[in-house]
Design a protein around this ligand. Structure first.
Ligand code: MG
Length: 160
């Protein structure tokens, strides 16, 4: 019988003026970017946690500690590839993933398909199995005040 697993991930990064904004592996022109030890790709971080959670393999902080110089400024796509490789080592295939980015500005619609393609390539699956959605929070909360970005992600994995 196929061993199906689901996982959930959530991550938040603060926004600050003059930093690069990278989401889902795509650099997005904006006046603010995420404060982080890595490139601050909060979408990929949430997705890594969803995938690791599905396999009960801990979280991104356990595998890639932000106290380590190895991960300073690292392209988060490298982390996503490593998580996918770890799951395959354990015998898992990735079924599908779904991310929701909560951010007031800028409008992310023009970048969504590129994010899907980038993350699908890193996961070794088709872009039709990678969903990225974006929503504002109607100006409510830290996302609405443009103080930060939050991302929720879910992942389905299975061992055939
Ligand atoms: Mg993070």
């Amino acid at each position: 019988m196929t061993d199906f697993r689901i996982g959930h991930g959530y991550d938040v990064h603060a926004l600050a003026d003059g930093l690069r904004l990278v989401l889902g592996g795509v650099e997005i022109p904006h006046s603010k970017g995420c404060v982080a030890h890595s490139d601050g790709d909060v979408a990929i971080h949430a997705l890594c946690d969803a995938l690791l959670g599905a396999a009960a393999l801990g979280d991104i902080g356990l595998h890639f500690p932000d106290s380590s110089d190895e991960f300073r400024g690292i392209n988060s796509r490298i982390l996503l590839r490593r998580v996918a490789a770890l799951l395959r080592e354990k015998g898992y295939e990735i079924g599908n993933v779904d991310c929701t980015i909560q951010m007031q500005r800028p409008k992310l619609r023009p970048y969504i398909d590129r994010m899907r393609e980038a993350m699908a390539a890193d996961l070794g699956i088709g872009a039709d199995r990678v969903s990225v959605k974006a929503t504002t929070t109607e100006r409510l909360g830290f996302e609405g005040r443009e103080e930060g970005v939050s991302v929720s992600a879910v992942a389905l994995i299975f061992r055939p």
